[in-house]
Design a protein around this ligand. Structure first.
Ligand code: GLY
Ligand code: MN
Ligand code: MN
Length: 497
């Protein structure tokens, strides 16, 4: 057993990757033998499938039906090094989580065509450490270092799908059909394996294969456009936790004033880690003029009494569904007249946008409705010269609105981005779709076209909206939206002086 730290071949790599900072380089035969014995049987038997299992089975069947006779390969992804021997927190690839419900690293789902015209699903996973080879306590990812994994039998019971040791994936892919597609870009080893199986030699064949893989990703994004009931419930959980996180931030504003935007970020993060998996994207905690930077995630600015704080944040559930909510709040608890004027225009635009969310409406309608209100307001204020139709045609309001009014929401914060345009951007809203409505106005501190008093003001209001049979439900209605509601909400939460 003294050679247990030898480098394995690629398939064995996860088992034999030794820790990089080991002080004890060798293991005596006596110690190795002792460590391999004396362990109780901890196999978990009679596990019930996860709640999501009927849904993941249906999603796999739908995907298989779209690609008859082809093998489909959907990897979870691998840990990514942050520095030396530490890794970024792992987040499973969206399509893998959607089709399996598993959120661990290193797995790979394979759908193989069967004789009945359907597909057989096998989930290839890292098995448990078997206590024989020393990996469990010597390996970089051994169970005594990073925690217990599911056994293959446990995973099969939980995810209601056949499982196999991921070390057998190469031989499985090399056998049988060669018509295969992979969700590329998540696991370099799996991508290389698929390339090897295909054996493309010329650039034309490689380009064709790339197209096949892209089509698989597009199909999955299409399938994810309409959420099933279980997904909607997960998104509501994410939103509800996010609402509580915003309340935490309101109560912590005095401490943020004494420190920085990082206090806001950290306060929200605590809620995200306790109630969910993580934040679904980098929290934007932007005070004062930082709010005019759309994705301000440095969060190293000061939070000042007279400023607005723009908080754009979302809790991601342990099942990896995320909220995406923005509120812009006066740090003092009360908007100045000027801040209120800007806020109220954005609010009016958001009202118009939300009202345009309904089944059968073109996806682009809510954007157009909100942009029209903003353009009208900017003309009224003298920042833009009418007519409004010309402004909208030329997009001139975008100098101050910058971004689109919303996007699909789900497992990814900008969900289904690669879906077919005719199903998404140029498609119609359907019940079960979830999207954000998030107009904003951003007056850059150095924008000479803007009256001086407006410079450095940024406001965005963002809510998560479910399309229903009847119209819509604002999932984030637990937070205040109008300026008066925001002030009342802050008054309840800000500690009294
Ligand atoms: N949080 C990024 C966005 O609102 O799209
Ligand atoms: Mn958004
Ligand atoms: Mn957002």
């Amino acid at each position: 057993m003294s050679d247990q730290q030898r480098p394995g071949d690629r398939a064995d790599a996860f088992v034999f990757t030794p820790r990089k900072n080991g002080q004890s380089q060798s293991v005596s035969d006596e110690l190795a033998a002792w460590m391999s014995t004396g362990w109780a049987d901890t196999e978990l038997r009679d596990l019930d499938p996860i709640e999501q299992a009927p849904h993941t089975a249906r999603r796999r069947a739908a995907l298989g039906a779209a690609f008859p006779g082809e093998r489909l390969v959907v990897p979870a992804g691998q840990l990514v090094t942050r520095s030396n021997d530490t890794e970024y927190p792992f987040r499973a690839a969206t399509d893998y989580a959607y089709l399996t419900g598993d959120t661990a690293d290193g797995g790979c789902l394979v759908l193989t065509p069967n004789a009945d015209g359907g597909h057989d699903a096998v989930l290839y996973l890292k098995p448990r450490s078997d206590r024989e080879n020393g990996e469990f306590w010597l390996g970089q990812y051994g169970e005594l270092w990073t925690g217990r994994r599911n056994s293959l039998q446990e995973a099969s019971a939980l995810f209601a799908v056949a499982t196999a040791d991921v070390r057998t994936l190469p031989e499985a892919l090399r056998s049988g059909t060669t018509a295969l597609r992979v969700v590329r870009g998540h696991d370099a080893d799996v991508d290389a394996l698929v390339d090897e199986v295909r054996g493309d030699t010329d650039s034309e064949a490689k380009a064709k294969s790339a197209r096949l893989d892209t089509e698989l990703g597009v199909a999955l994004a299409d399938h994810r456009l309409v959420k099933d009931e279980w997904e909607v419930a997960q998104l509501q959980r994410a939103v509800d936790a996010t609402v509580r996180g915003f309340g935490d931030v309101a109560a912590a504003l005095p401490q943020a004033r004494d420190t920085s935007e990082r206090f806001v970020e950290g306060t929200f993060f605590l809620r995200a880690r306790v109630e969910g998996n993580d934040v679904g994207y980098g929290t934007i905690a932007a005070s004062g003029a930082n709010a005019t930077t759309l994705h301000w995630t440095r969060n190293d600015g000061s939070v000042r009494e007279g400023d607005l704080l723009l908080l754009d944040a979302g809790v991601e559930t342990t099942t990896l569904y995320t909220a995406d909510v923005t509120r812009t709040m006066p740090v003092s608890g009360t908007f100045t007249d000027l801040q209120r004027k800007v806020y109220d225009l954005v609010y009016a635009a958001q009202e118009a946008g939300i009202a345009a969310v309904a089944p059968g409406r073109p996806f682009g309608d809510f954007h157009k409705a909100a942009q029209r209100v903003l353009a009208e307001g900017l003309v009224e204020w003298g920042l833009l010269e009418g007519p409004v139709e010309r402004i909208l045609e030329l997009g001139l309001q975008r100098r101050y609105t910058l971004h689109g009014t919303g996007h699909m929401l789900g497992l990814d914060v900008h969900d289904c981005a690669v879906a077919r345009q005719e199903a998404h951007l140029y498609g119609e809203l359907e019940p079960g779709m979830v999207l954000t409505v998030e107009p904003g106005l951003y007056f850059q501190p150095d924008d000479l076209t803007v009256p001086e008093e407006l410079r450095g003001i940024g406001v965005r209001i963002e809510d998560d909206v479910l399309v229903t049979e009847e119209g819509r439900t604002v999932m984030s209605a637990g937070l205040p939206r109008s300026s008066a509601e925001v002030e009342a909400w802050l008054a309840e939460r800000l500690p009294r002086a």
